[in-house]
Design a protein around this ligand. Structure first.
Ligand code: PEP
Length: 252
């Protein structure tokens, strides 16, 4: 399957900075990449990104993504953004359950699963983030934690699970400069692959991305692992040259 390299801009950007970043990406993407590419940007900039993409041919295949979605379809949920609104703005992807949302906004496994369901119902691919904290890893609970997080999404979404993207993001590796070694990451990905296989006969369709300080220097080795189908890239996605290097490292 084609790998997916998705940038997570987090709460960064401005109208001017976004345009400069997209221009630099467009210049570097004159040859179609071997992988799928997406950028998940702050909700207020989705319309800008859509417009910028439409006038830059090199970016036509770059998927647009959001970073969160409401579990509700519409109504009295002040401040929330629905999956239908994201679809309206041209989103192909939405990140759900990022560890920063689990940690700072109290998102539970059940809520994350409901958000994935709302995205799927609107025809958007949820990029479901799962991963253990440092304390959980050190206590030997990595497998148990990621399986519990993924099980909630499988339970709520049934056979639609084949339409999701999973992102394994060890919390201790996000934004810290510490990366899981390719072997550590591969070991967890293999566990997740087996869990998906037990849940659906379409599991071969599900991409499992690695995220957590993936950068221009370490991407190739991580992406060479058998069960790593791409990357979710935070900090390095804000630097056009680094993001382009990671994209180039993602061969089929
Ligand atoms: C992320 O935010 O999903 C992420 C992986 O961040 P970073 O690459 O900066 O660790």
């Amino acid at each position: 399957m084609k790998k997916l390299i998705a940038g997570n801009w987090k709460m960064n950007g401005s109208l001017a900075a976004n345009e400069a970043l997209l221009d630099a990406l467009a210049q570097g993407l004159t040859v179609a990449p071997a992988c799928e590419v997406a950028v998940c940007v702050p909700a207020p900039y989705l319309a800008q990104l859509r417009a910028l993409k439409s006038t830059r041919a090199a970016l036509s295949a770059v998927g647009l993504g959001a970073q969160d979605v409401s579990a509700h379809a519409s109504g009295a949920y002040t401040g929330e953004v629905s999956a239908a609104m994201l679809k309206d703005l041209g989103c192909r992807y939405v990140i759900v359950g990022h560890s920063e949302r689990r940690q700072y906004h109290g998102e539970t496994d059940v809520l994350v699963a409901d958000k994935a369901k709302a995205a799927l119902a609107a025809g958007i691919t949820p990029v479901v983030c799962i991963g253990e904290t440092l304390a959980e890893r050190e206590a030997g609970h990595t497998e148990e934690v990621v399986k519990r997080q993924l099980a909630a999404v499988i339970h709520t979404n049934g056979h639609c699970i084949s339409e999701i993207v999973v992102a394994y993001e060890p919390v201790w590796a996000i934004g810290t400069g510490k990366t899981a070694s390719p072997e550590e990451a591969q070991a967890v990905h293999a566990v997740l692959r087996a869990q998906l296989k037990a849940a659906t006969d379409q599991s071969a369709r599900v991409k499992i991305l690695y995220g957590g300080s993936m950068n221009a220097a370490n991407a190739a080795l991580l992406l060479a692992q058998g069960d790593i189908d791409g990357g979710l890239i935070g900090g390095a996605a804000l630097k056009a040259q680094d993001f382009l290097t990671i994209i180039a490292a993602a061969h089929a």
